[in-house]
Design a protein around this ligand. Sequence first.
Ligand SMILES: [Zn+2]
Length: 479
Amino acid sequence: MSTTNRLLVLAVLWAAGQASSFAQDANVKIRGGCEIIAVRSGPSHIDYSFCDKLPPIEYKTYGWLVPVLSLAFDNAERVSCGSLRCAVLDRTVDLVVTANAFGNAGVSWNTPRVADSDRMVFFFTTGIADLIQASTTGYMFDTQDRINGLHAWLREIDRRANSDCEFRVPAPFRPLNADETKIVFQTALVMYQFILGHEFAHVALGSDCGVASGGALAQETACDRFAFDRHWKAQAIAPQLVIIPTVAMAHYDSLLDERWGTYFFAESGKTLKEALPAADWITRGKNILRWWRGECQASTGANHPACQPLMQGLYSEVANYLDLDVPRACHDTESSRSKEWQPAGSMEGLFCSRVTAIMGDHGTAYSKFRGKEKRAGSSTRYELQPAPPGTDFCNITVRDGKASTFCAFPDTSSRVDTIQQFLTLTRQVSTCLPGYEQTKSGDGLDAETVFRGSMGSLSLSMSETGQDSYTSFRIDPPK
Ligand SMILES: [Zn+2]
């Protein structure tokens, strides 16, 4: 499905009566690692001394979440029981954003039974907000783009399997313009609201979501179902925009399974999935898809905005994302712990820094980047480690002490897509290698661009293999 269709689908949904202004004034304060949004004022006092012990959060970095979460909170309460305060009553309620790379949200109250409580705190981590923004951006604008899009971004997460852990994932490739930014905020709001709807389900049904036995996954599923049903009735859900961030969570948490285990459950020796069976995001995403299809197949579904023919075209698209294998865990090491908080930057930045690092290492025939040896003979071939984001595979070939690097991007079945990727890469490489002489030749799939400069040359070109075509580049040391 093209981006245009995807936006059209969304317009159908918005026209169906979603509140859409960020007008609410939120009362916000920053304390240590907490951004505290007073969403419902009341007489009770909430103790935030724990925030002083958390890594500090900056308003300038996460202040944008305040209007988004405030609106999502109001919408979610209205959807869950009909009006503002219908769930929280006269309690004091804050929504707290904490600086934590773990993607999580929750709600707590101050007494064993929710009915006896006089205050509530909903919380959201910056980690879940980052994953929602990044996956929604990739999905809305770049999903068809095999170099820069959602697939490439998920693969970039998966690629860290069996390497040193890092919490931070890069942002999807390109900067967005103002209109695109607005669209990302409106679409991401669907997921923020669904998550808060899940937390309102806990308020309505209790910590166990009304399921006494069957385990944590069954309990959390009951709260997902409550949130889904209420949002479905209110016509306030586009299920694909809930499923896509859930897929991102699945890849991220699978990668960090061991690291989260030692981070949160050090004494138990368990991994995240062993300690929290409800962190089975693929199963939870598949539930949403099943409920969505079920509602649309029911006789009552015919006029629902999420059952329009265009929306039904999205079933198989999101099912494909849910079917992608999640990665094996990364390794939790001394060195990974020392750098896990460093920002990952963007995929574009990562691409650039890897390309320039490879080119800068030609003096040692790229020995720093040689991974597994692939084949012997007159030449020796190695995998390039780590490969630049978006690439399908990269090889270093060493012959007579000289080395070159070849990287190929995934095949596409459309020449137009391949040429588009080639043009995108040409722009990206030219910003990575400023001052390099650029020579262009050929056109269509025969086009080639060569960049020459102090660190050698990089040639970008395209090839055909039967019905498919792909983009590739080759790096050679200076002559
Ligand atoms: Zn829950």
